[in-house]
Design a protein around this ligand. Structure first.
Ligand code: ATP
Ligand code: MG
Length: 300
């Protein structure tokens, strides 16, 4: 397939899952098992397409790095076992590690809690020319912290600042923060890997029954599963309030890993393509200098 056709296909695949205006967003309109008009028979072809996509991504990242102007921040949020780690691993497998950093945000440390909640994320923002990946992010502040209000209680915030409108305020501040990033050339793209409760159960069982996967199982994940509906509501509200044109959410169907990975790769390709990345132009004077350098080298 030609480059242009491939890029067109990437756009077609991602369009149905891109939410760039959250106002009318409803999670129930998005099917975790959706694979568009592809069936599981297309799986081998999808894998081939993903490999080609990974190659194209590497080429685009090379330009991003050379141009050294834009930074790209990819944020991944999901319920446990939705496939964040696998998606990150496969989609970024071809890129130059020098221009890409992944950071996984766990429960905040004592030092983190001694600061505002964006502090630890600000420190991990990508440099210009780089792709930064947040495996979980400041969005946890509107998810796990919302589902477990006792976490909020331990955050050492001045009590008079924590009212009923705390979540609305967080959405407002996150919107403003992402606008600020966009205005500074840091392109924010967010992925919610939308797995169904049934598929999560299947994957947890697989972790319990396969010795090589035992390490992935944590009883804490099971505890979170019992708050499934509250999480779904928190995710819906989060997307409603933070999906914007400059920082869209992709609600990626996550019940079929092969499809999830294709959509994520396609969305990153589509984003990089929209930046019109070019290798830095060489001026006529620089060209002269290059020619002179070559002459000099060939003499010896
Ligand atoms: P993952 O579950 O993403 O694959 P992991 O299993 O390697 O990662 P965990 O020890 O489960 O790592 O760390 C992630 C945990 O940290 C999640 O339960 C998440 O909800 C929690 N967490 C992340 N950010 C925050 C936050 N700001 N406040 C409280 N808990 C948080
Ligand atoms: Mg975990």
């Amino acid at each position: 397939m030609k480059r242009n056709e491939f890029i067109k296909l990437a756009r077609t695949i991602t369009r149905p899952f891109c939410v760039s205006n959250g106002e009318k967003f409803r999670l129930k309109h998005f099917d975790p098992a959706d694979t568009l008009n592809f069936s599981s028979e297309d799986k081998p072809r999808a894998k081939e397409a993903l490999a080609a996509g990974v190659e194209l991504l590497a080429e685009m990242q090379d330009r991003l790095y050379a141009q050294d102007k834009w930074a790209v921040l990819l944020i991944f949020q999901a319920m446990d076992a939705a496939g964040k780690d696998g998606a990150i691993k496969h989609v970024m497998s071809g890129v130059n590690p020098q221009g890409c950093q992944v950071y996984s945000f766990k429960a905040p440390s004592a030092e983190d809690l001694d600061h505002d909640y964006l502090w630890r994320c600000l420190k991990r923002l990508p440099n210009r020319g780089d792709i930064g990946i947040f495996n979980r992010s400041y969005y946890e502040e509107t998810l796990v912290v919302r589902v477990h209000p006792e976490i909020l209680g331990k955050q050492r915030l001045p009590r008079e600042l924590v009212g009923k409108d705390v979540w609305q305020n967080r959405f407002r501040d996150i919107r403003a923060f992402e606008r600020y990033l966009a205005g500074n050339g840091i392109v924010v793209v967010k992925f919610f890997l939308n797995v169904s409760k049934k598929e999560q159960k299947r994957r947890f069982l697989e972790r319990l029954e396969t010795p090589e996967k035992n390490w992935k199982f944590s009883s804490a994940d099971l505890a979170e599963r019992s708050h499934w509906n509250e999480y779904q509501q928190a995710y819906e509200d989060m997307i409603r309030h933070t999906a914007t044109k400059h920082a869209p959410w992709y609600v990626v169907p996550a019940d079929n890993k092969w499809f999830t990975r294709c959509v994520v790769a396609a969305a990153v390709i589509d984003t990089l393509e929209s930046l019109n990345l070019q290798y830095p132009a060489v001026s006529p004077e620089q060209l002269k200098k290059l020619a002179a350098a070559k002459k000099e080298l060939l003499k010896k």
